[in-house]
Design a protein around this ligand. Structure first.
Ligand SMILES: [Zn+2]
Length: 124
């Protein structure tokens, strides 16, 4: 299950930026699916749009299968650093997790490993 993820498509990033903008100032969350190390698809988390502040809690309710390589969620501030709750979630599944900070652009997202270290992945 410890597959390595090295890239994400710009299409997926743009999709997440749009979803984060739509959800703002609440958090948006999804899980990431990859094919051969490239994130190509997201799966929206039920309840993300329900108005609750902490979207990441909903991630615990998702079925996590082998195509899921991690999570992504937005922060309504420019701070894309993982919170304690985020780190706890990251440690539970998948090798790669993304946080998208406000205003949700190519300059305001960061990727992290399962242990919370920042990592650079390629945009393809
Ligand atoms: Zn967070």
């Amino acid at each position: 299950m410890a597959k390595s993820v090295t890239a994400i498509t710009s299409k997926v990033l743009e999709l997440m930026f749009a979803a984060a903008k739509d959800t703002h100032p609440r958090e948006f969350a999804c899980v990431l699916r990859a094919e051969e190390g490239v994130i190509t698809e997201i799966l929206l988390v039920p309840g993300t749009l329900s108005g609750e502040r902490s979207a990441i809690l909903h991630l615990h309710m998702l079925p996590i299968d082998l195509s899921v390589v991690g999570s992504a969620h937005s922060h309504p501030t420019p701070n894309a650093v993982p919170s304690r709750a985020d780190l706890n979630l990251f440690s539970r599944f998948g090798p790669l997790h993304i946080i998208i900070g406000y205003p949700y652009t190519m300059d305001t997202w960061k990727a992290y490993t399962r242990d919370g270290s920042e990592v650079k992945i390629e945009v393809v």
